[in-house]
Design a protein around this ligand. Structure first.
Ligand SMILES: *Cc1c(COP(=O)(O)O)cnc(C)c1O
Length: 453
């Protein structure tokens, strides 16, 4: 019998509800705070920036299951289910007894998991009568997904892309503009926040923090315009649970249950998306599964950051969020995994890490490219540099199994493909990439600017 490599669901097996882990958490995430008064926020406060439905989802700690609107489900069916794949060739190359599976979120036309949340965010905006949306993007995956989702739901999109990413990798800005969005490098001179940042530091390369400030400012000063965020927030992680809910059914088709679940970590949406549905069996039935979030060692908020209330953006426009943070004005090194260059971690995951349910590992850039190369040369898929962090963490675990002989079942999320990151691969092959280390002094310095609550 040939070994089954790929597991797919029928259209009628695609999940019709998202899983809201907040309902099952023992210690609920602490509330976001108004930065001026330090009062806990209610949904109406968030709706100043976001659409009302997402504002409610953000703070919902009671409903474990939330219906996916039919209009969103119809669009999910354009590209879902995504394949669950057994990485036989990678297992063979590593000579490991571990069984390695990956959920392939790179197969949709936008190339990453981000479309799973872009669709519902734009749908809710449209339904509530919003006409324009703004957002930030790093390497451009979120911006591309949002630009497409905005177009199909009839909204105008304005995207602030981290300036250094826009310069190094212009292709995704062309994709966004092909979908009809306007794109500007951040920091820009088009907002007060951008001008302030440029005045202080004329060569500021931009960060997700600066781009978020500019997008929020535009949203709050433009009529009928809402801001959308591609990661970090609870409602984004909620939408991404479609990944793990599908994977759970597909793992059952393979006759296995993961011992270890791994994903790369920027703000936590693809990690939460694959982890939360499995975590519910840990929370509700005491199942033992290890959850590993793989972050760059140059942006190590999970492994070396502090659990504090901090801003989600550089200028301090967002509510104060309880999270593992490196400080909201942390300037991450120019690693090629642009989607992981963010100073903070989502609130749910921060609480779960604090409570010991999951943990982070930090990985140097060169190790991630070595892992990405091996994955490409075995499984035939060129991974996004972000996703290569998950692959590197998976390889570490699989090699541990080789030493101990354990037949662990490892599941990781392939959050996106790297076909627009080939310059980075070329640099790696030429030996031009380096690792970046952050000193304790640097981290302590940026943490000084965290507001005192
Ligand atoms: C944005 C992005 C990430 C990081 O964001 P999370 O919210 O942590 O998932 C990881 N991989 C890819 C391909 C991305 O586009």
């Amino acid at each position: 019998m040939t070994k089954q490599k790929k597991f797919l669901l029928q259209e009628n097996e695609i999940p019709t509800q998202w899983y809201n882990i907040q309902a099952d958490m023992v210690n609920k995430p602490m509330p976001p705070l108004n930065p001026a008064t330090h009062e806990p926020l209610v949904a109406e406060d968030l709706a100043h920036i976001f659409n009302m439905e997402c504002s409610k989802q953000e703070l919902d700690q009671t409903h474990a299951w939330i219906d996916i609107p039919e209009e969103v489900l119809d669009k999910y069916k354009f590209y879902r289910s995504t394949p669950l794949v057994r990485a036989y060739e990678l297992e063979k190359a590593l000579d490991t007894p571990a069984h390695i599976y990956f959920k392939n979120e790179s197969t949709n036309p936008l190339g990453s998991h981000k479309i799973n949340s872009a669709l519902p965010q734009c749908y809710y905006c449209k339904k509530e009568g919003v006409t324009n949306v703004t957002t930030e993007t790093g390497a451009g995956q979120w911006g591309a997904a949002l630009s497409y989702a905005a177009k199909i739901f009839g909204l105008e999109a304005a995207v602030y892309q981290v300036k250094i990413s826009l310069q190094q990798k212009p292709y995704r800005s062309f994709i966004m503009r092909t979908f009809g969005a306007t794109v500007e490098g951040s920091p820009s001179m088009s907002t007060r926040a951008g001008k302030d940042i440029i005045t202080k530091d004329p060569t500021h390369p931009g960060s997700l923090g600066t781009a978020i400030s500019e997008a929020i400012e535009l949203a709050t000063t433009t009529p009928n315009c809402k801001y959308t965020l591609g990661s970090v927030l609870n409602h984004v992680g909620l939408h991404q649970t479609v990944i793990g809910l599908e994977a759970e059914k597909q793992m059952a088709m393979a006759g296995e249950y993961p011992d270890t679940v791994i994903a790369c970590f920027g703000g936590g949406s693809n990690f939460g998306g694959i982890a939360f549905p499995f975590m519910r069996h840990t929370l509700n039935e005491g199942k033992h599964t290890e959850f590993i979030a793989a972050e760059p060692n140059s942006c190590p908020k999970l492994t070396r950051g502090k659990f504090e209330y901090d801003f989600g953006d550089e200028a301090g426009y967002t509510p104060l969020l309880p999270m593992y943070t490196l400080g909201h004005d942390f300037k991450p090194a120019n690693i090629h995994a642009g989607g992981l260059r963010y100073h903070g971690a989502g609130m749910i995951i921060s609480q779960l890490i604090k409570d010991g349910y999951m943990h982070g590992v930090d990985i140097p850039q060169l190790e991630t490219f070595k892992a990405g190369m091996l994955f490409a040369q075995t499984e035939g898929i060129i991974p996004a540099p972000e996703s290569s962090h998950a692959i590197a963490a998976t390889i570490r675990e699989a090699l541990k199994c080789k030493l101990t002989g354990e037949k662990k079942v490892i599941l990781f999320n392939l959050s996106g493909h790297g076909l627009l990151d080939m310059v980075a691969y070329d640099s790696y092959i030429n030996g031009d990439l380096t690792n970046y280390n952050v000193t304790d002094e640097e981290i302590a310095h940026y943490l000084e600017d965290v507001p005192k609550v």
